[in-house]
Design a protein around this ligand. Structure first.
Ligand code: UDP
Ligand code: MG
Length: 236
């Protein structure tokens, strides 16, 4: 692995009931980030978990002082967890992906290489997405509709693996998405509207081995569509 690819990097993981995934995800990310960034922090956003996520986060922090924990007393949803991550990140670049082991954090190198070519936001697209057929179809429809209404033109609007310049977060209007899956289209649409450059990179996707997914919950899907229509009306 190359040394110090980037000057400073905040990495955050949204985590809701990830007691069986969090330790491995964070420890692997730290191994990677130590080699690529001079200054770094890892933020665990504990989104109101009711399993041992809180204790595991604390144990990790006791071992590595550069870990920060942001706690939601109650579960607020993926969108709010991402907002807490973005708004608590202090370094010039911010990387985020899931805490559930579905992505390989070492692939951040590909996103950094892409960003260095002059991009402000780099979003992954899942190569061989490891989800059920119904979720894949749903995902294609969601990406199609988001592209159509918001003009963002990406392949996989919901891919959680992202690298974002902090300047983007500081400059765009406050992110509003809450429980649904709207946070990613909102971020991309607002970044594009403010003139930031967006690029895409293929990343591998792995099945969730432990814990349970939330992205297919019907209220998450409904809330996402309602939020999308609202944002479309606002931005058009
Ligand atoms: N997550 C969260 N709050 C929630 C639901 C999920 O912080 O209310 C986290 C979760 O722990 C994981 C990431 O968001 O790290 C993606 O969630 P999930 O795996 O359920 O989504 P999917 O991969 O099924 O789309
Ligand atoms: Mg997942």
């Amino acid at each position: 692995m190359r040394e110090h690819l980037i000057d400073s990097l905040s990495v955050f993981f949204p985590a809701y009931n990830e007691e069986r995934n969090l330790k491995e995800t964070v420890e692997m990310a730290i191994k990677v980030v130590k080699n690529i960034a001079v200054n770094w922090e890892v933020i665990i956003v504990n989104d109101g978990s009711n399993d041992k996520t809180k204790d595991i986060a604390q144990e990790l922090k006791n071992e590595e002082g550069r870990i920060k924990i942001v706690t939601h007393k109650k579960n607020k949803g993926y969108g709010e967890a991402l907002k807490s991550g973005f708004y608590n990140s202090k370094y010039a670049w911010i990387a985020t992906t899931d805490a559930d082991g579905q992505f390989d954090f070492s692939e951040i190198i590909k996103l950094i290489d892409k960003a260095k070519k002059g991009y402000d936001v780099v979003i992954g697209f899942r190569i061989n997405r490891q989800d059920s057929l119904i979720r894949k179809i749903n995902g294609l429809g969601w990406t199609w509709l988001s592209n159509l209404l918001l003009g963002i033109n990406v392949h996989d609007v919901d891919c959680s693996f992202k690298l974002v310049k902090k300047e983007v977060i500081d400059k765009i209007s406050h992110l509003e998405s809450t429980r649904g899956g709207m946070i990613s289209p909102e971020l991309l649409a607002k970044a594009k509207k403010s003139g930031f450059k967006i690029a895409e990179v293929g990343v591998h996707h792995y099945p969730r081995i432990h814990g349970s997914q939330t992205g297919a919950n019907i209220n998450v899907i409904i809330k996402s569509f309602v939020d999308l229509i609202k944002l479309w009306q606002k931005l058009k």
